[in-house]
Design a protein around this ligand. Structure first.
Ligand SMILES: [Zn+2]
Length: 134
């Protein structure tokens, strides 16, 4: 079947969560925690979606995470052609933060597996979070 690419570009305002993007370049991963109700957010949110407070703390997420779930992408979507062999996306719990990242290990992860989170650029030079088995 013939096809042609259909490219969509979005302009997303990031000024209130810019620290997250700067952190990735410094090897740090940040979430936010609401000072009013204590809710944790990853990716970070500038405003709490539970109590609507804008009083948020930045929290560096590090240490040991535990894999909660994962999925293997067999056919990468547009923009991820560099991963034509497929890739695995993991969600791991780092305390109250649920971090999603690209799995950087052999084969498939297992639920309960311990991982560490790191940052790095992908083949297109875009900063990402990678979860590596410990
Ligand atoms: Zn809140």
């Amino acid at each position: 079947m013939e096809s042609r690419p259909f490219v969509l570009k979005h302009m997303l305002p990031i000024s209130r969560v810019e620290r997250y993007w700067k952190g990735l370049e410094e090897g740090k991963i940040y979430g936010t925690r609401c000072q009013s109700c204590g809710a944790s957010f990853y990716p970070p949110q500038a405003d709490c979606s539970f109590c609507y407070s804008g009083d948020m703390d930045w929290v560096e997420i590090d240490g040991e995470g535990v894999v909660e779930c994962f999925t293997r992408i067999q056919r990468p979507p547009q923009g991820f052609e560099f991963a034509s062999g497929g890739y695995v996306i993991v969600v791991a719990a780092f305390g109250s933060f649920k971090v999603m990242g690209w799995f950087k290990g052999e084969g498939l992860p297992e639920v309960g597996m311990k991982v560490k989170a790191e940052t790095g650029k992908d083949e297109l030079g875009v900063w990402k979070v990678y979860l590596t088995p410990l």
